[in-house]
Design a protein around this ligand. Structure first.
Ligand SMILES: Nc1ncnc2c1ncn2[C@@H]1O[C@H](COP(=O)(O)OP(=O)(O)OP(=O)(O)O)[C@@H](O)[C@H]1O
Ligand SMILES: [Mg+2]
Length: 490
């Protein structure tokens, strides 16, 4: 027997300033069902979610939830993990989890109850985060775990998860899937969005594919493979995912000697040549911290950085930029871009000097540059002046990349560059990194995606607990050898 119908949308349409984003979405979700929602960056997934949450009002169409008209009753009974973090930086983890509904009697805040509840929720997720810590001090993965704990603390019939695994590693994702299965068994339904098509296939009962605001199909997950899902998403045959590799060659461009920063980076030495070098390791191994120390975002406690044999004295990130050392941060929201700023201004944010003459910004040159990146990366935007917050998550990531590129890099440190980027745009991005490397730039690719590391790199550095555990070359770049160095166990 089929289970109870929980949610039904009929002909949901939404446009922004005349541009249609959702063109009549009709979808059903049953109790205890996990429905996957996939589509390219900008296809309309998050917009659909926001309609369900009452954050956007559809232009037409109906949404029925638990037999009631959701557009009138509001989204009671629905909890959500948003794509972009919605946490207050200066508050603690516990305060964020209970924001707006602090438990207490007679109107008093019960802080110890908030703390113990938060601790219980986080334990369920198998993460050790002190509920008293400030959000500011957390890594991106930890912030994501807090968002998940917050959503789990609400009693709901429908849980919406907009790309919850983008910043999580395999182990963290596995814990999340376990919890999703438990919720499902308890009758909760889940709408799950992800760009990782394999995990969509594993965890979902059915998969809905959105292309340019149109629902192209909704079929049982077991009837689809990842390739077929991808094909439906982009509406064309996909080319080979990974381009030919560009092995490091020539004289060393960047030389890092005995570099340390606190407990996170310990006596790391290596050289980068023109070409692509990978940097692998488990979460917390110090990869991001190493990149941050190289470009002076983080204080170093020992060691030196040389560019083409010349010792650099870098005091702040701008010094690194001035030497052509650029860093694409893994935390797009935290340090990459300004969402209140227009797209074109974001692109030239760190390269503005090039567009200034006698203190006047050449707006035309600035716009021309932004336009070329919009074309190159197929950035989906209404206009060049659109504020970044109106772009979809994956398209914001592409802008962050354009901003880094506009500094004429000699050394490019990519930290998880393809997070949240759809499968079609991902192969464009790989091709682009290849071109950059082939033109003589030393590229360091930090990634938790082993397939990506193996597909893109002929040389891979592996970190473990703040140290460089080893370097792998050519046929040794395999999952087994990387994991061996990353964990120290066979
Ligand atoms: N408030 C808004 N004003 C104007 N345009 C918007 C607004 N919100 C979304 N859009 C546009 O709607 C389109 C769909 O965006 P949406 O965020 O739904 O995409 P998505 O499928 O979630 O993509 P991603 O995988 O990158 O997260 C985008 O082109 C985006 O620029
Ligand atoms: Mg989205």
């Amino acid at each position: 027997m089929e289970s109870e119908l929980l949610l039904r949308t009929e002909g949901v349409r939404k446009s922004f300033e005349g541009t249609p984003v959702l063109s009549g979405i009709s979808l059903e979700l049953r109790a205890g069902e996990i429905l996957g929602l996939v589509g390219e960056n900008g296809a309309g997934k998050s917009t659909f979610v926001k309609c369900l949450l009452g954050l956007h009002r559809p232009d037409s169409g109906s949404i029925t939830f638990l037999g009631r008209d959701l557009l009138r009753t509001g989204p009671a009974g629905i909890a959500a993990i948003p794509q972009e973090f919605n946490l207050v930086k200066d508050l603690t983890v516990a305060e964020n989890i209970f924001l707006g509904r602090e438990p207490g009697r007679f109107g008093f805040l019960n802080r110890s109850l908030m703390r113990s509840e938060s601790r219980r929720l986080l334990q369920k997720l198998d993460v050790e985060i002190d509920p008293e810590r400030k959000i500011d001090s957390l890594s991106v993965a930890e912030k994501q775990m807090v968002e998940i704990a917050k959503a789990l603390s609400v009693d709901c019939r429908l849980l919406i998860m907009d790309e919850p695994t983008t910043v999580l590693n395999q182990k963290e994702s596995a814990i999340l899937f376990r919890i999703m299965r438990e919720l499902k068994a308890g009758g909760t339904s889940i709408l799950f969005i992800s760009h990782r098509l394999e995990e969509i296939r594993t965890i979902c009962d059915r998969v809905a594919v959105l292309r340019d605001g149109v629902l192209v199909s909704c079929d049982p997950a077991e009837s689809l493979d990842a390739m077929e899902i991808a094909r439906r998403m982009v509406g064309r045959e996909l080319k080979q995912m990974f381009p030919p590799t560009v092995p490091p060659s020539g004289p060393p461009l960047l030389t890092v000697e005995n570099l340390s920063s606190g407990k996170e980076v310990k006596h790391v030495s290596f050289e980068l040549q023109a070409g692509i070098t990978g940097l692998a390791g488990l979460a917390g191994a110090g990869r991001t911290e190493l990149a941050e120390t190289i470009c002076a975002l983080r204080k170093r406690s020992s060691g030196s950085v040389k560019l083409a044999g010349e010792t650099l004295h870098l005091r702040k990130p701008a010094d690194a930029l001035a030497h052509g050392i650029v860093y694409l941060s893994e935390d797009r929201q935290g340090s990459g871009i300004l969402t209140e700023f227009p797209l074109d201004r974001n692109v030239t944010l760190s390269s503005l000097r090039r567009y200034c003459h006698a203190g006047i910004i050449n707006r035309e040159a600035e716009r021309a540059c932004a336009e070329s990146y919009v074309k190159k990366f197929r950035i989906k935007t209404a206009s060049l002046e659109t504020e970044l917050k109106y772009l979809s998550g994956g398209n914001q990531q592409k802008v962050a990349l354009a901003k880094c590129l506009d500094n004429c890099p000699r050394v490019f440190l990519f930290d998880e560059p393809t997070r949240g980027v759809d499968i079609g745009a991902r192969s464009d991005l790989y091709e682009f990194i290849r071109e950059l490397a082939a033109s003589g730039v030393a590229c360091l690719l930090i990634s938790s995606d082993l397939e990506e590391i193996i597909g893109m790199c002929d040389r891979v550095l592996v970190m473990r607990a703040g140290e460089l555990a080893g370097t792998l070359e050519k046929e040794h770049v395999t999952e087994e050898e990387i994991m061996y160095l990353a964990t120290g166990v066979n």
